[in-house]
Write a protein of this length. Structure first.
Length: 395
């Protein structure tokens, strides 16, 4: 076993109950797992020492929503949006065509590059969805690749209806909740559905999510991206771990999410949680020129909130959790510490994980050393690469 002490920490963000931030601290990790947290003067010896030089140390980011198995790009679509064309979900089909044509080797190289890019920016836990194959073989292939780099893989055969099923949506829904689900379930932890215009209806989503639940998978939902579409109510009703986007919410949606969080307040364990987390994706709003979600409204109502990237080639081709955090501070009414909590603890809750998103004894999420004296600099020095080192972290 290899032990490492990270010493001389100016500010340590632990998100431990009662003391989320401490100063003059040190952390000891053994084989990437936190074994000790305390004052720097009391730090035990270790095999190796990393000097934080008075800088800040934070938990590894938990990016609970990404789509990293794909080929091609949609830069032309981005340029068109910047010229005034509205975002529409139908552009996904162009990525589907490119991904189907790509080899396993090509997809694996792109995936490895994006995972490394995310880690260099402090992300140590990644959820990765399929959704760019939309055939049984292509979806299974994507999820086998995702499982090579993360334990948090999600079956998203219900991303859009592919062109070959445009005249028979029902047949595609049956394929997704039947043979496609059966082929993909052994490789995933979660099932997801994109609800909205150009994607799937609430009724179609219910059929797919219930089939996934019956197959032993946890539930996730895309909802409220382009309009208040009824997806939040479905997610809460079915006990989904997370409902993602939440750009457009009714008062009833906010109340349902808040009630879900309150009903779960008695447990301190995300893995035992039944609450539905609202996962916000501010990089998507940046890239699509949609309005930003009102995170302040959600937090004040008592909703459990996460921040993730939704890195994908269409609506946001950025893996930067620091930029997502900074946008949340600038545009969504949260403090730097609230944004960091949503990008770490919140993401862990959205994945129902107890072992990541914090720096406490037993934490497996790794620690991130910043070239900055405080976590607030992630928003203060927006766009500047502040991550000095990443130590530990799961797949």
């Amino acid at each position: 076993m290899m032990s490492v002490v990270v010493a001389n920490i100016g500010e340590l963000v632990t998100f431990a109950p009662g003391r989320p931030v401490r100063h003059g601290a040190a952390v000891v990790l053994v084989d990437g797992v936190v074994q000790w947290v305390g004052d720097d003067s009391d730090a035990p010896p270790a095999d190796a020492r990393v000097d934080a030089a008075g800088g800040a140390v934070i938990p590894g980011f938990v990016d609970s929503h990404s789509h990293l198995v794909f080929a091609g790009d949609r830069a032309a679509e981005f340029e068109a949006r910047m010229a005034g064309r509205p975002y529409a979900a139908g552009g996904i089909r162009s990525t589907v065509a490119a991904t189907r044509e790509a080899s396993v080797a090509e997809l694996r190289v792109r995936l490895a590059r994006l995972v490394a890019e995310a880690r260099a920016q402090g992300t140590t836990t990644l959820e990765i969805k399929s959704g760019y194959g939309l055939t049984v073989a292509d979806e299974e292939r994507a999820l086998r690749l995702a499982r090579e780099v993360t334990d948090e893989s999600t079956f998203l055969g219900a991303h859009v209806v592919p062109a070959e099923y445009a005249s028979d949506r029902g047949a595609y829904v049956d394929l997704v909740r039947g043979p496609m689900l059966a082929a993909c379930a052994p490789h995933v932890r979660w099932v997801d559905v994109f609800i909205g215009s150009g994607a799937f209806s609430v009724d179609e989503a219910r059929l797919i999510l219930e089939a996934g639940r019956d197959a032993g998978l946890g539930l996730r939902v895309h909802a409220g991206q382009l309009a208040a579409d009824g997806g939040v109510a479905l997610a809460v009703e079915l006990g989904a771990a997370s409902v993602d986007h939440c750009t457009h919410l009714t008062a009833a949606d906010v109340q349902a999410l808040a009630d879900s969080a309150r009903a779960d307040a008695s447990t301190d364990s995300p893995s035992a949680s039944t609450a539905t987390v609202a996962t916000l994706l501010p990089l998507v709003e940046f890239s699509t020129r949609q309005p930003y979600p009102d995170a302040r409204r959600l937090l004040d109502a008592g909703v459990s909130v996460a921040i993730a990237t939704d890195c994908n080639p269409g609506s946001n081709f950025s893996s930067s959790m620091p930029l997502a955090l900074a946008l949340a501070v600038r545009e969504m009414g949260v403090t730097p510490l609230e944004a960091l909590e949503a990008a770490t603890v919140g993401g862990a809750r959205a994945l129902r994980r107890d072992d990541v998103g914090h720096v406490r004894v037993g934490s497996r999420g790794g620690v991130v050393l910043l070239d900055a004296p405080s976590h607030s600099w992630l928003a203060y020095r927006v766009g500047v690469p502040l991550v000095r080192d990443v130590i530990g972290g799961p797949r």
